[in-house]
Design a protein around this ligand. Sequence first.
Ligand code: NAD
Ligand code: GLY
Length: 384
Amino acid sequence: MNITKNAIMEDQSNISEVSVALAARSYTIYIGEHLTPQVIDYLKSQYAGKSLYILTDDIVCDLYAVALRAQLKQHGFEKCYLHAVPAGEKSKSVESYATCLSWLAANGARRDSLIIALGGGVVGDLAGFVAASYMRGIDFIQMPTTLLAQVDSSVGGKTAINIAEGKNLVGAFYQPKAVFCDSEVLKTLPEREMRAGYAEIYKYGLLWDAQFMAWLDDGHGAALLAHDQNDVHEAVKRCCEIKAEIVSEDEHEGGVRALLNLGHTFGHALEVLCAYDDRLRHGEAVAIGMCLAARFSVRLGLIAAYDAAHIEAHLKSVGLPTAYADITDAPAINVDDMLSVMAKDKKAHAKGINFIVLKALGTAFITAKYQEDDLKAVLQEFIG
Ligand code: NAD
Ligand code: GLY
């Protein structure tokens, strides 16, 4: 695969650097294996003498955070604090957010302190919002430990928590100062979480880069899920390049960034209907949502039925859910349930819901031009 779209530098230790170009808020994403020495060098050069606050979850805490803090202390960061929230989506809550703020204040965090988000998308979104709002904004870096977080949530500055009324309804656009994607940590990630991250990887191919999609179809998707290090590196790098290109053009989602929500309006509705519990991981919801977006695109005459079948077959082949029946213990719902939840999505607006649809494999666009009957027909077929 020949990647030329974004500026990339590789040094001798095979660390790729992708830059997110946002003027004064620009930053670098470092991608490689065993990145702790790079993290320490970076912190010594940028935050020497400052207090560090590692925010993590209780699973990642035992696996990596305790060791990271010990290493940082050894390297002279005496004031290095650690806080672990319970693992899982429920920690993206107002209560958990308040606990984090109190922990910072109780441990003397100041404007020149740094938050280190060490964990998956839950920790990254929560820590980012804490960083955005504590003392009106302090620095943070992302050390994503799930595949999903490395290819998507740690990049681009969307930070958020959930409230009872909906997912990610409270948050801010707030960019990290750097992102370190270390493939080594993915080796402890459960297979189900790897697959959930893979759904977001396939999303980038589908909406932006047919060549990348073909590369994934051609066995590299399955190989990266089996932890082929070259393929993991290549995929994380390509996704970060695409996201960097899109975010650099449209930081606040006024236009092209909305394409990154391919499958998400359907997916978020399914997450709500499954109460954000273990029945459906975010990436799994996105996988099903992309299949629905593809079927909707067929219904609108934009792509051929065999294109939608191709997407479904590929996602199924790597073990992702593609249909409502694939959700274990799925709640009994009807089309109106789906429609009413989708209408509350934060991407909905006064005139209705915009959908990201496909006009080819590798090309997506946003549309409001559809008949409600077409949407209902696709949902009815899906729910069965
Ligand atoms: P997650 O953070 O809940 O992590 C999944 C599970 O993996 C957790 O149990 C966690 O403890 C565990 N884990 C993390 N790293 C591990 C490791 N290296 N080894 C073993 N276990 C590990 O879930 P996620 O899928 O990373 O993130 C989902 C969240 O990301 C959702 O809240 C979603 O809304 C958000 N998201 C945000 C954006 C964005 O742009 N901000 C984009 C996509 C998704
Ligand atoms: N995950 C979608 C975005 O960052 O815009």
